[in-house]
Design a protein around this ligand. Structure first.
Ligand code: AMP
Length: 208
């Protein structure tokens, strides 16, 4: 099964992807995670991407498309992928269609996790992530409830950058909702419920 997760930053895409991985062993690809790893390792890609990420802007399409083209060649993706944070522009969506067609792996669904922007701003201000296992929690989690690791706040989760990320989402990524509706692939999930309730809706929507 090949799925695109759509939704604003903080809508819960990473949380739902983690659950799909844990329960169904799906292959989760997050372009944000790939870029953050490149930044912290100080690679050429990381150096190019950092200034865009710090400002909450999108990294140029050609860089991201190259990363995904390479990633989708890897054997762990053959049984299907959950794409989280990609595509984010129509150019990326068209490129993805081309990649999946040439790999003979059709897209099953684009799952939109829908959350009001004001709820997102509040959520992201209190979002914390585990340095060791990537668990996504809140500022109430003093240590990671999953592995006991240290929780940290992402650099781009400050209010100014979050507002810009939401503007960028509205301008560049929200048009993908119509793109996937037009291909008859769009499924909309209410992302304002608890993570457990959202996950139950995701499973139902995907007939899992
Ligand atoms: P995320 O973890 O998905 O919120 O992504 C964090 C940041 O990485 C974004 O604000 C962008 O700067 C960059 N990024 C992640 N995925 C993409 C993408 N598909 N296209 C462009 N930039 C991206």
């Amino acid at each position: 099964m090949n799925i695109v997760l759509l939704g604003a930053p903080g809508a819960g895409k990473g949380t739902q992807a983690d659950r799909l991985v844990e329960k169904y062993g799906m292959c989760h690809i997050s372009t944000g995670d790939i870029l953050r790893a490149a930044v912290s390792e100080g690679t050429k890609l990381g150096k190019k991407a950092k200034k865009f990420m710090d400002a909450g802007d999108l990294v140029p399409d050609d860089l991201i498309i190259d990363i995904m083209r390479e990633r989708l060649q890897q054997p762990d993706t053959e049984k299907g992928v959950i794409l989280d944070g990609f595509p984010r522009t129509t150019t990326q969506a068209v490129a993805l269609d081309g990649m999946l067609t040439s790999l003979k792996r059709p897209l099953d669904a684009a799952l939109l996790i829908d959350v009001d922007p004001e709820i997102i701003v509040k959520r992201l201000a209190s979002r914390r992530q585990c340095k060791d296992c990537g668990y996504i929690g809140t500022d109430a989690d003093k240590v990671c409830p999953n592995c006991g690791g240290e929780m940290y706040q992402r650099e781009d989760d400050n209010e100014k950058t979050v507002r810009n990320r939401l503007d960028v989402y509205q301008k560049s990524t929200a048009p993908l909702i119509d793109y996937y509706r037009g291909c008859d692939k769009l499924i909309t999930i209410n992302g304002e419920k608890t993570p457990d309730e959202v996950f139950a809706d995701v499973e139902k929507a995907l007939n899992l």
